[in-house]
Design a protein around this ligand. Structure first.
Ligand code: AMP
Length: 320
């Protein structure tokens, strides 16, 4: 499930209560949650005795403190309409945070990471002792980093500016920011980082700029999220771009000298195509490439839930 609202702080077995709570989140994700619900309801009709588990992209981030998840707008929009930062990609951030602890011999419960999930959608996360403390996405997955086709952060007044200057509707502005912006919008070429890297090598000016903006914004986001950490045990790159683009990793780390980060070019070049490892220069904070595996995390949550005792009657979900 994309959105679990504030109801779901972890994965859960689907029963009537959970289904009702999931239905209540539809206004928060009107495009995605109805599709997810359709799958659940169809499977329920076809296999009524088969247990189903819901894993939420938002759940991991429910541990964010209020000063990280509230917008600076009047409280009633939060209380009455659920307007707050939720964050997404939680399954991926959680998985790579745990893997980083395993790979480095640190305890998940005593480790501090900045994670960068860079796929078609992109987000960063600050993880302290196994819990999300802040993340770059917000009420929707549009906030934060520049992405394949999403703009990420823009001045919130851009909406009224475009409406005033061009007479555009909300639907048109929505489409511009979600589907025609980001790497695609800046480059005028593609939302695929591979194509942009090839075009950059041929001297394509806009593809070059798209990569520069992408990397600078990523670095800015990581630096901002460092505010949520008491110390830094490492920065983790994951997702299609994070796992496969030495160029993006090198360019973003180059902006983060003030955090003491420095890259080892040989190790950076080696970590592609599913190869994990450390890519920091010796004596500098850890930089790790860790392939994400959301499917495995979902399977692990499912196994844990199938083995767990009956749910607390007051909770729509069982702990995973
Ligand atoms: P994902 O959503 O995690 O599958 O990631 C998709 C993104 O990963 C796309 O922008 C791809 O261009 C990017 N990607 C995949 N392989 C590579 C690669 N070898 N070099 C650069 N980007 C890549």
């Amino acid at each position: 499930m994309v959105h679990g609202g504030e109801q779901f702080t972890q994965s859960c077995l689907i029963d009537a209560r959970a289904l009702a709570a999931i239905r209540a989140t539809v206004p928060l994700a009107p495009l995605h949650n109805p599709q997810n619900l359709l799958g659940i309801e169809t499977a329920l009709a076809l296999f009524p005795d088969l247990p189903q588990v819901a894993v939420f992209d938002t759940a991991f981030h429910q541990s964010m403190p209020e000063h990280a998840y509230r917008y600076a707008i009047p409280e009633r929009f939060y209380r009455e309409h659920g307007v707050r930062r939720y964050g997404f990609h939680g399954t991926s951030h959680r998985y790579v945070g745990q893997r980083a602890a395993e790979l480095t011999g640190l305890e998940v419960g005593d480790s501090c990471w900045l994670t960068a999930h860079l796929g078609n959608g992109c987000s960063t996360c600050a993880i302290v002792d196994g819990q999300s403390r802040d993340t770059s996405m917000g009420l929707t997955p549009l906030e934060g980093l520049a992405m394949g086709t999403r703009s990420g952060d823009v001045d919130p007044n851009l909406h009224s500016h475009l409406a005033r200057v061009l007479g555009w509707s909300l639907k048109e502005i929505d489409h511009l920011l979600n589907s025609e912006s980001g790497l695609l919008g800046l480059s005028g070429l593609s939302n695929d980082m591979r194509s942009l890297e090839q075009a950059r090598a041929r001297g394509h000016r806009q593809a070059t700029l798209a990569i520069e903006v992408f990397c600078y914004r990523l670095a800015k986001s990581l630096a901002a999220l460092s505010c949520a950490l008491p110390r830094l045990d490492g920065v983790i790159f994951t997702g299609g771009i994070g796992e496969n683009s030495p160029l993006v990793r090198a360019k973003s780390v180059a902006h983060l000298g003030l955090l003491g980060l420095a890259i080892d070019n040989t190790a950076n070049a080696r970590c592609v195509g599913g190869v994990s490892g450390a890519i920091n220069a010796p004596g500098h904070p850890r930089l790790l490439v860790i392939p994400t595996n959301e499917e495995k995390q979902i399977a692990l949550d499912t196994l844990a839930l199938l083995d767990s005792p009956a749910p607390d009657k007051d909770s729509p979900c069982r702990p995973s």
